[in-house]
Design a protein around this ligand. Structure first.
Ligand SMILES: Cc1ncc(COP(=O)(O)O)c(C=O)c1O
Length: 186
């Protein structure tokens, strides 16, 4: 069977860089934040043309932090894709708001812009499109819908590194962007 992800092969191809980075993290005993994270935050903000980039413990925390920073909470609704990792809806629920599910496009597996409009209510505060399985959500259409009613747009970008195309600076439009790393996100 051909493995879906061969992490060992990836490691071997950049072994000396990885070993050096881990060694320096251990010798500095900088296991939380530290210089490597600061360097990444600065470099990634520069890459995005954004003023800020903040490293978080995990993607679920980052989602909640973004929602709280936007003052989203009790009495608010947030539109999320019917297909995503549980954290998308969970974070909305954890801040006291209500996740409202919009169906996905069967071709892209991402939130269907055509299904968003009927889910919008007076309580809608945000849409969380998720770029999933290497498939980018249909951002142009989603941005057009969100522009009309002026609410915020959050984005989660997965499987990004091999697909720089997923992060287009024009997509940012001043809205928060959440990038999740994990071992299966290539
Ligand atoms: C779409 C999506 N959002 C959020 C997360 C949460 O990330 P983390 O596992 O780092 O909390 C994941 C993780 O798989 C994800 O796939």
């Amino acid at each position: 069977m051909i493995p879906f992800v061969d992490l060992h092969a990836q490691y071997i191809s950049i072994k000396s860089d990885i070993d050096k980075a881990i060694e320096s993290c251990i010798s500095d005993s900088n296991f939380i934040k530290g210089q490597a994270v600061t360097d990444f935050e600065i470099a990634f903000a520069g890459y995005l043309g954004s003023k800020f980039c903040l490293g978080c413990g995990n993607g679920t925390d980052a989602l909640e932090i973004i929602l709280k920073s936007l003052n989203i909470g009790s009495g608010d609704e947030v539109i999320v894709p019917a297909l995503s990792w549980i954290s998308t809806a969970e974070a909305v629920n954890n801040v006291g708001a209500e996740p409202v599910f919009a169906d996905i496009n069967e071709k892209t597996y991402t939130i269907d812009p055509g299904c968003i409009e009927s889910k919008i209510s007076k309580k809608t505060k945000a849409i969380i499109p998720v770029h999933l399985y290497g498939c980018p959500a249909e951002m142009n259409e989603i941005i057009a819908i969100s522009k009309n009613i002026i609410f915020m747009l959050l984005k989660i970008v997965l499987r990004l590194m091999a697909q720089n195309i997923l992060i287009k600076r024009s997509e940012l439009m001043g809205s928060p962007l959440l990038l999740v790393f994990s071992r299966v996100k290539t």
